[in-house]
Design a protein around this ligand. Structure first.
Ligand code: ARG
Length: 581
């Protein structure tokens, strides 16, 4: 899809090179939205300074070399040397028509598809998923969808915390409760917070239990069959819980995407050996450490990444290093995206630095930490229950559904719904609300989890966008045709038609940027702008009652293109769009 900004940037660059020589071919043409035209190119100002000439003269010279007759209807130099560019209606209409006619909305697949790991969600076994995991799940799922749509080979990777010393006490506690408690789904096991805390309490107060637990860790690490079987029972209980939450949210993660910390257990030793052989891991105060350059503590002392503790145990960082090595050596990935909280920023910076020292990461293999900001309650503090505990994700989502139901019953519906249909729509509204609220904020900023604000049919919300989609669908139902049957041709008359068509042309560039920068909020913001342009169009341009058949065909085609842009965009964000509302 030709994004006007990109098309005009290329044309201005060609003019620069024609006017001032090929060395200017890559100069930034400084294209910006303009209030006097569609866009303006502001490159004349910095260029004039460089050339020691008057900006207006430079602007005139660029315009003299500008070849845009097919794209632009009007070019004006204004002010100190802004070049105002007004796109031609025919060009916009033709571009919108191409998007409509193409099943990918004219969004090209990437030239060089990459193998990309998107690591997200990554909750811990035998622990409650918290709101932080909600956010990494939602953002990660959107990124996986976006990168896949662009044509990359995406590996979804749920790096669950399923290994480590706590499993000794957890297994012993499971034995004390009796395995059948797990099989029955007894809450003493299935309530993960309760289960974990009870084990912890015993561990801290009962010496014999603590001893058993420590022995159990050793047996687990030695690969004792019975211990591994018990460990698996615990993993399964948690998986069932994770899957329930994923199902509720409608995210694309399945069991096949789980590659927990335990998967890398056997790779820890060879990883550490390689780091030692390369002289990267050295013994310091009894522990095996790496000191990546540029990381220092308060006193300027080099900061270690502890690879093996003095007691011989491995660390969280060791697993992450083994993971990178595996992804590079065995999976041959080009890019790995870690969708994890900002609080782990230093950890990843240091791990990536060590991986670069080892040659696993380099200019061809990228690792990025897509940082996720904290989720706050309406009081501006970290989201907690009233009693101060961790908020349970499943309960939070249940509450969203309940509130969505109340709000849904207040809006005007296409028709009365039976209970099952109503429940399905309400679920979509609730999840759409939670997901869109999360995705419309820059992923690394904090955001306030406020159900009342997110579940509203007004404002920048998921339900508002879902409603816009349902409204367009109902136009087609009333008109007695499917959106696929609306083939145009698109002809632009009213300014609201032109503004909508122009907005639609931005889709491809936005999706591409969202994937490149791992920032789905760019897409979320764009989708809202499309819905906004549609609303203005809808208020000003009757569709089914258009003045003549040509106008009606064109407006239906604009509706169809808008519908597909909204549905595709929302689907890339993981936001469902009910047929009717
Ligand atoms: N399980 C961790 C947590 O809940 C997140 C794992 C992040 N991924 C990683 N490769 N370290 O905080």
């Amino acid at each position: 899809m030709p994004d006007p900004q990109l098309v005009l940037a290329a044309r201005v660059q060609a003019a620069l090179s024609a006017a001032f020589g090929p060395s200017y071919a890559d100069a930034d043409p400084v294209i910006r939205p303009s209030s006097f035209a569609d866009l303006q190119a502001n490159v004349a100002l910095p260029l004039a300074k460089k050339l020691g000439r008057k900006p207006r003269d430079v602007a005139d010279e660029i315009v003299a070399h500008l070849d845009t007759a097919d794209v632009v209807a009007d070019v004006q130099v204004s002010g100190p040397g802004f070049i105002n560019l007004t796109l031609s209606d025919d060009w916009i209409a033709a571009a919108a028509q191409r998007a409509l006619d193409d099943e990918r909305l004219d969004v090209p697949l990437v030239d060089k598809p990459q193998k990309v790991v998107v690591e997200y969600s990554s909750p811990n076994v035998a622990k409650e998923m918290h709101v932080g995991h909600l956010r990494t799940t939602i953002v990660g799922d959107a990124l996986a969808r976006i990168l896949g749509f662009l044509g990359h080979e995406v590996i979804r990777d749920n790096h669950v915390g399923d290994w480590g010393t706590p499993f000794g006490m957890l297994i012993e506690h499971l034995l004390d409760l009796g395995e059948d408690a797990a099989a029955r789904g007894d809450s003493s096991v299935s309530d993960l917070t309760e289960f974990y805390q009870a084990a912890r309490r015993k561990f801290d107060s009962d010496e014999a239990f603590a001893d058993r637990s420590r022995r159990r860790v050793v047996a687990l690490q030695a690969g004792d069959a019975e211990t591994l079987r018990l460990w698996n029972v615990l993993v399964d209980v948690s998986k069932r819980y994770f899957n329930a939450v994923y199902g509720q949210l409608g995210v694309t993660l399945s069991d096949a995407d789980i590659r927990g910390e335990s998967f890398y257990n056997d790779l820890l030793e060879p990883t550490v050996r390689e780091l030692e052989e390369k002289g990267i891991a050295v013994v310091s105060e009894g522990a095996l450490c790496a000191f990546p350059p540029g990381f220092t503590g308060r006193e300027g002392e080099p900061l270690p990444v502890i690879i093996r503790k003095s007691d011989g145990g491995y660390n969280y960082s060791t697993t992450d290093l083994a993971t990178i090595r595996y992804r590079v050596d065995t999976e041959h990935v080009d890019r790995m995206i870690y969708v994890v909280g900002t609080t782990q920023a230093l950890h990843f910076q240091m791990v990536f630095a060590v991986a670069r020292m080892a040659g696993w990461l380099n200019d061809d293999v990228r690792a990025e930490h897509a940082q996720i900001g904290n989720v706050l309650g309406t009081d501006g503090k970290l989201l907690r229950t009233r009693a101060g505990g961790t908020v349970k994700l499943s309960e939070l989502l249940d509450e969203a559904v309940e509130r969505a139901g109340a709000v849904f019953d207040e809006i005007q519906h296409d028709q009365p719904y039976d209970d099952a249909t109503r429940a399905a729509i309400v679920r979509d509204v609730a999840m759409g609300a939670v997901k869109y609220a999360d995705l419309s904020v820059a992923r690394d900023s904090e955001y306030v989890f406020d159900l009342d604000r997110m579940i509203s049919f007004h404002g920048k919300t998921g339900p508002y966008l879902q409603y816009a989609v349902a409204r367009i669908r109902s136009i087609f139902r009333k008109g007695g045709l499917t959106p696929e049957q609306a083939s145009g041709p698109i002809v632009l008359g009213h300014p609201a038609e032109r503004a909508l068509a122009l907005e639609l042309l931005g889709f491809g560039a936005v999706v591409q940027q969202a994937g490149e920068t791992t920032e789905p909020h760019r897409l979320a913001t764009y989708i809202y702008a499309v819905a906004d342009a549609y609303t203005t169009f809808h208020e000003n341009c009757p569709v089914l009652k258009a003045p003549d058949e040509e106008t009606k065909a064109s407006r239906l085609a604009l509706c169809a293109a808008t519908l597909r842009t909204l549905v595709t965009g929302l689907d890339l964000l993981g936001v469902p769009t009910p047929e009717r509302m």
